[in-house]
Ligand binder design. Structure first.
Ligand SMILES: Cc1cc2nc3c(=O)[nH]c(=O)nc-3n(C[C@H](O)[C@H](O)[C@H](O)COP(=O)(O)O)c2cc1C
Length: 369
């Protein structure tokens, strides 16, 4: 039993005191299989089971109808969705937990099937040549519509409206999903953004929309309750192709984030092997810890040992665990007891219903059985 390990120490994030550094990474689980795309009873149960996490970051939740790109994913832009989320946040708070919602727009990863045949929106009309998970199964992505300035302004407003809804729903904060090849990430990259206006061309212009979104959110919620996620070395996944300007772009963004008093910056180590690619950074925490002055949470493929190590080395303040939280709802307690972890079942990551979602037992439930 080791309750003194780094991962289990409390952490101050803005004005919030979080009980540990074992955070739950955002994970789409496609259980909102109802007309309203709203969370319901099984979402309440799922998040409540995981409330011992220092901070739950919810699955990506769309900010508008245009933002949708996967089946059965919940939104945060209608009244029914806000009402659904209210019950989730109440349940988590009752257990002494904290919960942020991830605000999501998939951009060109969507498909006309979600938009009555209309094209998905993106910075430029460039097909990512990826797959879209539509109601009729996986389909090839299409060439999206290049957003007009009006579309961009509307999207910024949609982020703001979603953040206001998140506050109304009782969330402790929001995480802007500017990662993993979705809309905001598409703006950052020259391979997905060839615009010639103030949202394209230079590094500063390609990063502009993110800062516009942060500035808009600040009007409806405290700045120190805003987190955001970046995946600087994403390459060859979700249609993203890195180039020589990729890392300088993230350097610029992360330096500039120091001008804000955000809750945290959430970074991912590379999702695949990139050490052979000369212009990509294989060690994200090592590069960006010295650069970013606020709270830094790191993710991707961490276990208990590596998590404790990265904090002890001063390279991160907290660790976001994804898949381990799917199959181990009481992950912090398992770390405390040095208990073995249950395996996750990839077949039920995105299937409707309780199976593979709310039926993974805690250690306590196993003992009772
Ligand atoms: C089922 C599943 C769904 C995911 N959905 C999201 C999501 O909605 N938003 C996001 O930013 N990342 C998402 N991710 C990525 C995770 O947050 C995390 O980065 C990834 O699983 C690596 O962390 P891990 O090795 O601890 O699982 C998802 C991952 C999985 C396995």
């Amino acid at each position: 039993m080791d309750r003194k390990q780094a991962l289990l120490q409390p952490i101050q994030v803005g004005d919030l005191t979080l009980k540990n550094r074992v955070w739950m990474a955002p994970m789409t689980r496609s259980r909102a299989n109802n007309e309203a795309k709203a969370p319901f009873d099984i979402h309440i149960k799922y998040y409540k089971q995981r409330a011992s996490s220092g901070l739950i970051i919810t699955e990506g939740s769309q900010i508008s109808e245009k933002a949708v790109g996967y089946i059965n994913t919940p939104g945060i832009h209608t009244e029914a969705q806000v009402e659904g989320w209210k019950k989730v946040t109440e349940a988590v708070h009752k257990e002494g937990g904290h919960i942020f919602i991830q605000l999501w727009h998939v951009g060109r990863i969507s498909h006309p099937d979600f938009h009555n045949g209309d094209l998905p929106h993106a910075p430029s009309a460039i097909n990512p040549h990826a797959k879209s998970f539509t109601p009729k199964g996986f389909k090839d992505t299409v060439t999206p519509k290049e957003m007009t300035i009006e579309d961009i302004k509307q999207t910024i407003l949609d982020f703001k409206n979603a953040a206001k809804n998140a506050m109304d729903a009782g969330f402790d904060g929001v995480e802007i999903h500017s990662s993993n090849g979705y809309l905001l990430h598409q703006f950052f990259s020259r391979t997905s953004n060839v615009r010639m206006d103030e949202y394209g061309g230079s590094i500063e212009n390609r990063a502009r929309i993110l800062f516009d979104v942060i500035d808009a959110l600040k009007e409806v919620m405290p700045e120190n309750r805003i987190g955001l996620r970046l995946n600087p070395s994403l390459h060859g996944i979700f249609g993203m192709e890195a180039d020589e300007e990729t890392i300088p772009t993230f350097d610029y963004i992360i330096e500039k984030l120091n001008q804000y008093n955000l809750a945290y910056l959430h970074l991912s180590e590379p999702f695949n092997e990139v050490s052979e690619i000369p212009y990509l950074e294989p060690h994200i925490a090592k590069r960006y810890r010295p650069m970013y002055k606020g709270a830094l949470v790191i993710n991707a493929a961490f276990d208990q040992e590596k998590g404790n190590q990265v904090i002890a080395e001063g390279l991160a303040d907290a660790v976001a665990f994804g898949k381990p939280f799917i199959s181990n709802p009481d992950l912090p307690e398992r770390f405390a007891q040095d208990a073995s972890l249950a395996e996750w079942d990839t077949d039920t990551f995105y299937t409707p219903g309780e199976k593979g979602y709310t039926d993974y037992p805690s250690l306590e439930e196993i003992k009772v059985d």
